[in-house]
Design a protein around this ligand. Sequence first.
Ligand code: SF4
Ligand code: SF4
Length: 407
Amino acid sequence: MKTLPLGEWERKYIPDTIERFDERNIYFNRKKWDPTLKDDLNWPAHMLTGAVTKTVGNSAWEHALKFGGFQTEQLSILDTTKPNPPLISLEIAKLMEEFNYYTSAQKWRPPEPLDVSDPQEVTNRVKKAATHFGADLVGVCKLDRRWINSHTFGLMVHAMELEAKSQHVPDDFQYAIVMAFDEDYNMVKHFHTQIVEAGVAMGYARMSIANLFLAAFIQCLGFKAIDCTVNQVALSVPMAMQAGLGDIGRHGLLIAPKYGSRIRLTQVLTDLPLVPDSPIDFGVSEFCKVCKKCAKMCPSQSISYGERSTEVPSISNNPGALKWAINMDTCSEYWIKIHRGCGVCMAVCPYNKVNSWPHRTVQWFVDHAPWLDPLFVWGDDLLGYGKVRDSKNFWKEWKPQPYGHNT
Ligand code: SF4
Ligand code: SF4
């Protein structure tokens, strides 16, 4: 694995001008305003409520496991740090103030300005705090404003009229702390069931908590922080790449050396002086050229078999970066059709392995001897990796692991 100077990373991935992404264009937001999209599938009720069936992995037990985890997603309602906080969050904050509901811990600030003259030491402490709050990976990048969404769009959880507002992050926010949260290796293999969604829910749950905690930690130091939970403020993948957490794969997801792509990403933006990490290269682009497993297995055929391109198939993708852009329209329609997220591309990716020495050895060769890549793709198929796991005995066999342990 080598680090890439930012200039080299830019030449590899960003040959074209980047327009800031507009949150209105997220596919599920377009459902609310774009007349070209079919609305007969009744998003979001259709997908959020799911369908309890007699098929294995889709019973009330797995639905409850999923919705149990999704509860903390609502924690983001307590966050008023975003540039365009939703009305409901402002109202809650006002009520909490009125009823003297804020604790001294929430309002605490240092008695005098903190000495932050050693940014490396500050960075070390912030990374330790992020890990303490639950992040499995932490990196820092300079805030690249091309990844900040140009507009925010009122979401369905906010009981108010939907609207788009232009979004501005003040100039003193110079850094992003990017965090990744591991998902249960054994759960993602049960694709086509609600078990996968239960794993995803915990990624969001842990992300919401850690983001809220880390933003509060920075505010308690006397600095500014924007909590970007649930991706409303910025694009996560390019920021995670710049912060050295991993590289983008053919399936459009970040691949981290230790966890593959079964991670959720989020950021806290801050004016605290930090030392940025460097992007990394560990052979992903070369391996994806020959692998194509995600493209072959994608049930909606939304993943490109071709070369990386700066062009994109839908307004729900952001053009300009050199990548394999998935077709967000067909992918999202498939999610709605099956009443849940899909995740097959994440589950079948050969980078998605346990952290054992044979897998680390293969990864070393993928990184250092790319001419062997076809052999490893063949071996991955031969050993049956990427096959859907039988969910019949899920509850008997499932041994939940502490997160971050990658087993
Ligand atoms: S989530 Fe499913 S449908 Fe969407 S790109 Fe991945 S494999 Fe295809
Ligand atoms: S499945 Fe293969 S082609 Fe797809 S992202 Fe993973 S390594 Fe790349």
